[in-house]
Design a protein around this ligand. Structure first.
Ligand SMILES: [Zn+2]
Length: 310
């Protein structure tokens, strides 16, 4: 489905891809009195240009002075270079993690390696369609910890440092006057959670922080817009996965076997059930039964679940 710039109030828009596939992320815009704030860019330069064109049409004569980044995954940041004059803000924890992220060149190589191992197959299937050429990974210019109050023309917002959860450092944007939260990837609509940080408990805590704002509308990192009840349901799903995985950890079941069982039990209607490997690994790390796994091992765990041996 083609992305749309959806007005949520007189001064706030959501860029909604409404996709459960990897890489098609949502974003947000606030615009008032000639200045704008953008929350996240897109995976490719072309996708970001398309979004910026739509934003320019909806907010004529307004300049994007501020870019708030939810976390360092490429699908939220690899268009940053197209806003060379904007201040790029993220949390200190998020900024610190940038050096551990896979680069556009590495992802291109992995997706086009034609390897028969599970990681290469998974990368080709989900990332081979994207053109990452021309991307210069662009650093944040300002970091913060805790809460950061922002003013966009006549509107207020707050960037919230959620700490680790989906990634090593996640940031949400809370707009009190609109009752809207842009969550980044601590929330997925229609797809399974990805836990890169190595802690499933931290993901649940992030959701508690978002719910505590009192917001009624949540723009997840991926998928369609969500209401409070949807966020509560997503929280329940994470806690149930966590409780089951913790029980398996205590029984001494090896992580790959536990992840396969969790996938069988919790696939439901969400896309990408293989991502349950990352949630299981997060619960195992929380339970002290495993070290948090690096990104490529998490991808291998997902790929092995997606392509089980015959
Ligand atoms: Zn994402």
């Amino acid at each position: 489905m083609a992305p749309v710039l959806r007005p949520l109030s007189a001064t706030t828009w959501a860029w909604v891809q409404d996709s459960t596939d990897w890489g098609f992320s949502n974003a947000g815009v606030m615009s008032s009195r000639g200045v704008s704030l953008l929350f996240d860019t897109q995976f490719t330069l072309d996708a970001t240009r398309t979004m910026l064109r739509e934003i320019a049409a909806a907010t004529p004569d307004s300049v994007i002075e501020t870019l708030v980044i939810s976390h360092q995954n490429g699908d939220h940041t690899w268009g940053n270079q197209l806003l060379p004059d904007a201040e790029i803000i993220t949390s200190a924890a998020s900024a610190e993690h940038l050096c551990h992220e896979i680069s556009p060149e590495q992802l291109t190589q992995l997706s086009h390696s034609h390897g028969t191992d599970s990681i290469s197959r998974y990368a080709a299937e989900h990332f081979g369609r994207f053109d990452f050429s021309g991307i210069t990974v662009t650093q944040p210019t300002r970091t913060f910890a805790g809460r950061l109050k922002l003013t966009v023309g006549g509107v207020s917002a707050e960037a919230i440092d959620l700490g680790p959860g989906h990634s090593a450092g996640d940031v949400a944007l809370w707009i009190p006057d609109d009752g809207i939260v842009f969550s980044g990837d601590v929330l997925f609509d229609g797809g399974h959670m990805i836990v890169w940080s190595g802690s499933l408990t931290a993901c649940v805590e992030s959701l508690d922080t978002l719910l505590a704002t009192g917001a009624e509308t949540f723009v997840p990192g991926h998928g369609a817009l969500m209401e409070r009840a949807d966020v509560v349901a997503f929280r329940s799903y994470l806690t149930e996965v966590g409780a089951t995985a913790t029980a398996y950890a205590k029984e001494g079941i090896p992580l790959p076997d536990a992840a396969a069982r969790i996938q069988a039990e919790f696939s439901g209607n969400r896309a990408h059930p293989e991502r349950l490997f990352t949630a299981t690994a997060g619960a195992y790390a929380d339970a002290g039964r495993a070290e948090p796994l690096p990104t490529l091992e998490l991808v291998k765990g997902m790929a092995d679940l997606a392509y089980p041996a015959p």
